[in-house]
Structures are given as structure tokens and as C-alpha cells.
Design a protein around this ligand. Structure first.
Ligand SMILES: CC(C)(COP(=O)(O)OP(=O)(O)OC[C@H]1O[C@@H](n2cnc3c(N)ncnc32)[C@H](O)[C@@H]1OP(=O)(O)O)[C@@H](O)C(=O)NCCC(=O)NCCS
Length: 252
């Protein structure tokens, strides 16, 4: 599964990328910003992957100019329950730090969560002394939660309304940076149909209120999620019509 927008690709994490991710995550330049800093073995990584490879968790490798450059995630997302989730991000390739690339990745992740998956509060945890990440995330609209002043790994929250308002201009600029195309392309690949992840999500899009154009190409199913940055589509999902979790449980 891939999401493409703003000239950037977010590729759902698959087994083939977990070793690269492990190397990144164990590196000093990444793990010094994380709460968990012990060495991660290949076995630990596999076990972790099995625990997150399901419809509640969206871990994506960020790809820019055909290069894998980092990870962005939205985890613990119960879309038919509270619909809250926790985001995370790191850029592992130095030359893309302090560029517009991480911002584009954050926009895609949050737009999909808030505008297409019915996401409500998005949380993020940031170590108290990680000043650049605090600055980065507050610019997207995240706010420190109550009673976090004395906590080491502080919790921040962002609502869809605040995101929409805070990033209205930024989302327009991002479309220009990405070449002028306002679409998000959602691409389901063969492996997503094999795992069962794609079928019910397809049904949700087919039966949703918004008519989403789509086509099959070389065995991939491409959905064109057209978006107006001033007036984003808000999909209303009905779990009685389709529910990826149920399908996934059944096919596990
Ligand atoms: C957090 C992280 C992804 C942020 O990326 P970054 O490239 O350092 O982010 P920056 O704040 O420098 O932003 C990059 C550029 O986008 C701009 N920008 C960032 N947010 C913006 C916003 N909301 N609106 C407009 N511009 C924005 C910045 O001004 C900067 O451009 P400039 O260099 O011309 O000033 C990166 O520092 C990282 O990987 N850190 C390690 C892991 C980590 O701390 N993760 C967070 C905890 S989960």
C-alpha cells in the first residue's frame, strides 16, 4: 500500500523494510530522541512488526526522489471506536533534515487520518528537551496536554479542526511544492489483497458518501482522493457496511 501526494510517497511498512528500519532506529542520531534506547535485535524487530502489522497501525517508510529517508506512523488507531491515535516521525537521512520533506510527510499522514479515516484527536509524545521537534509539531497545531509540565516524555494533542485551520496556507504551498497536483493517490498492491487489508477498505471507499474515482493498473488498485485545501472532504465511515478490522481478524 502506498500513499502519494506532494511529490512524496509513504509506503506501508512491510517485512522487506524492517531490517533497514531497525538499523535506523538503533542509530544514535535517531534513538537519542526516543524514550526506548536499548539495542533492538532482529528477533525483537520481527516480534514488534507482527504486533503492528494490522489495520490499527499505519507505519510508513517515507520515500523521496526514490530514496527511503525515514519513518512516519499513526499507531493504535481504532477508527470505529474513539478514533484517536498516536503519531511519530523521524528522518534518518541527514540531507533531508531541515528541509520541507518531513512537513510534507506529516501533512499526508494527518490529512488521511482526519479527512479520510474519520480520525479524531491525534497525539504525539515528545521528550521534554527535544526542542526542534516541539517547535516542529506545535507549528502543525499540536498543543501540550494538561499536567505534562513535569513529565519527561510529554503528550501533545491535535484536533482535526485545529489542523485544518493551522495548516490551511501550508497545505496550499505544499501542493505548489509538489508540482500542483492536489490529489492523494491511494494504491493497493497485490500483497494488500493477499493480507486482507485492502478488500474492506475498498468497500468503505465504494460505499462512502464521496464518489472516489479509481482504476486498476498493472495489478494495482489506484484511488484518486481529490482534495480542496480550503474545503477538505470529510469521509463518513459506516462500520456496518465494511470494517477492515473484522475482515483482518477473520483472515489472520
Ligand atoms: C522531528 C523532525 C522530523 C523534524 O524535521 P526537521 O527537518 O528538523 O524540521 P524543521 O523544523 O527544521 O522544519 C523543516 C523546514 O520546514 C519548515 N517548517 C516546519 N514546519 C512548518 C510549518 N508547520 N509550516 C511552515 N513551515 C514549516 C521549517 O521552517 C524548516 O524550513 P527552514 O529550514 O527553511 O526554516 C526531525 O528533526 C527528526 O527526525 N528528529 C529526530 C526524531 C524526532 O525527534 N522525532 C520526534 C519525536 S516522535
Amino acid at each position: 500500500m502506498k500513499l502519494i501526494k506532494y511529490g512524496l510517497t509513504l509506503k506501508r511498512l512491510t517485512k522487506e523494510d524492517i531490517e533497514l528500519l531497525r538499523i535506523w532506529r538503533n542509530s544514535e542520531s535517531v534513538n537519542r530522541f526516543m524514550e526506548y534506547r536499548k539495542y533492538i535485535t532482529p528477533e525483537m524487530q520481527e516480534k514488534w512488526f507482527e504486533s503492528i502489522n494490522n489495520p490499527n497501525n499505519f507505519y510508513y517508510i517515507i520515500i523521496y526522489n526514490d530514496e527511503k529517508i525515514g519513518l512516519i506512523n499513526d499507531k493504535g488507531f481504532d477508527r470505529f471506536g474513539k478514533a484517536t491515535s498516536e503519531a511519530g516521525l523521524f528522518i534518518a537521512v541527514d540531507k533531508y533534515k531541515n528541509t520541507f520533506v518531513p512537513v510534507l510527510a506529516s501533512l499526508i499522514l494527518l490529512e488521511v487520518s482526519f479527512f479520510y479515516l474519520g480520525g479524531k484527536d491525534s497525539y504525539i509524545r515528545i521528550l521534554k528537551d527535544n526542542i526542534s521537534s516541539i517547535k516542529y509539531n506545535t507549528r502543525l497545531g499540536y498543543e501540550l496536554c494538561p499536567n505534562q509540565e513535569n513529565v519527561e516524555n510529554q503528550l501533545y494533542v491535535l484536533t482535526p479542526e485545529r489542523f485544518k485551520e493551522k495548516t490551511a496556507e501550508l497545505r496550499k504551498a505544499a501542493i505548489k511544492v509538489g508540482g500542483g497536483d492536489p490529489n492523494i493517490y491511494l494504491i493497493w498492491e497485490k500483497e494488500d489483497y493477499d493480507s486482507g487489508l485492502a478488500q474492506e477498505s475498498d468497500k468503505l471507499l465504494e460505499e462512502g458518501e464521496i464518489d472516489v474515482p479509481n482504476k486498476w493498473e498493472n495489478g494495482n488498485h489506484i484511488w484518486y482522493l481529490a482534495d480542496d485545501p480550503d474545503n477538505p472532504n470529510i469521509q463518513k465511515l459506516d462500520p456496518n457496511k465494511a470494517n477492515p478490522y473484522k475482515y483482518y481478524e477473520k483472515n489472520k
